[in-house]
Design a protein around this ligand. Structure first.
Ligand SMILES: [Zn+2]
Length: 343
């Protein structure tokens, strides 16, 4: 029913602000659901896109995602009735499964991740082109962070002033100003809701985490996850950049509502510290909750993934393989745990 959907996308377009066709079966508009936005009328973060033989919509601001029929209904119920009738006459029975928007949209990543919070920052993949010898580039090179992930990282020269421009965090006038690497957190719709700021020097704390939207759960990497595949859950955002289909919880617990909702499809990879009482206790808890957990073999001495790469001589692929071959669940995990823990 693609031709009917496409016809109605055009009709619907006349009722949507900033509506324009980007290419075949891809349209962009200002989302009527969230207003997109009340401050800036030029914003247009809604997309109509094709998935197999149907059209779907997704707003990268509010996350509203559904089939095009529902958006038509939202905007104009009369038009919706016509649409349903026309589809019915043409023999349509139902929609195909709603595919994840990330699979469909072939936009540049930059467009997906564009955000007001980040516009004042310098993205590292761009900085690398302009100033390949910049200390911020040297830093990601020294840590062996894969180059194809640099677009997810930013540099800020005046970290405290920048943070205060978003949320009042530091007392003015600011003292001890310094640069940091910014690691933004995005919702699955690609909206930045928090950022972590890592010190380059000895500034304390080494990491700040600033939440812009308090309602979001602090999970890093959600916008890049393929839920049809196994999801690797690690502690640190930087560690997650070395792995495929990985998120980071960067908090006290791995057992958050989001991670629990994918429990059967998630592998928890805690720091490799079989002598750390706290880690051992937590790992046992996750095993008992039914999670699949990774327990690295004894010959792995490094405690986290970046260490394994920097000092253990491992490649990211080798670590993925290690995780895949050392993941246990249920009774098997309990047995393995009894020999893995060293306290
Ligand atoms: Zn919206």
């Amino acid at each position: 029913m693609l031709y009917i959907d496409a016809k109605y996308a055009q009709i619907l377009g006349s009722r949507l602000r900033n509506f324009k066709q980007k290419k075949d079966y891809l349209w962009n508009y200002s989302c009527p659901v969230c207003g997109d936005s009340s401050k800036n009328k030029l914003k247009a973060r809604g997309y109509i896109y094709r998935a197999e033989s149907d059209l779907f919509v997704k707003c990268h601001n509010c996350g509203y995602g559904t089939n095009i029929g529902n958006l038509i209904k939202y905007v104009d119920t009369k038009l919706y009735d016509e649409y349903v009738l026309e589809r019915y006459k043409a023999g349509a029975t139902r929609y195909n499964a709603h595919k994840d928007v990330a699979e469909i949209l072939e936009q540049p990543k930059e467009e997906l991740l564009e955000d007001d919070i980040l516009s004042a920052l310098t993205r590292l993949d761009k900085l690398a082109l302009d100033k390949p010898n910049h200390p911020a580039i040297k830093y990601v090179e020294d840590r062996n962070i894969p180059r194809d992930k640099w677009y997810l990282l930013y540099f800020v020269a005046k970290f405290k002033a920048y943070t205060n421009s978003i949320t009042p965090k530091f007392v003015e006038p600011i003292v001890d100003e310094h640069p940091r690497m910014i690691i933004p957190y995005f919702t699955s719709a690609g909206k930045c809701f928090a950022f972590q700021a890592r010190a380059y020097g000895n500034e304390e704390p080494k990491y700040y985490t600033i939440k812009v939207d308090e309602t979001q759960e602090k999970i890093y990497g959600l916008e890049r996850i393929d839920y049809a595949k196994r999801v690797i859950v690690v502690e640190g955002p930087i560690d997650s950049l070395f792995l495929q289909n990985a998120v980071a919880v960067s908090g006290a617990s791995f057992d958050t509502p989001t991670i629990r909702s994918i429990l059967s499809n998630a592998t928890i990879v805690m720091d490799n510290e079989p002598r750390n009482k706290d880690i051992v206790k937590q790992l046992e808890k996750y095993i008992n909750l039914g999670y699949s957990v990774c327990m690295f073999p004894d010959f792995i001495e490094q405690k986290d993934i970046n260490e394994m790469i920097l000092h253990g001589g491992k490649t990211a692929d080798e670590i993925m393989e290690l995780i895949n071959t050392n993941t246990y669940t249920g009774m098997e995990a309990k047995l393995k745990f009894s020999t893995w823990k060293k306290i």
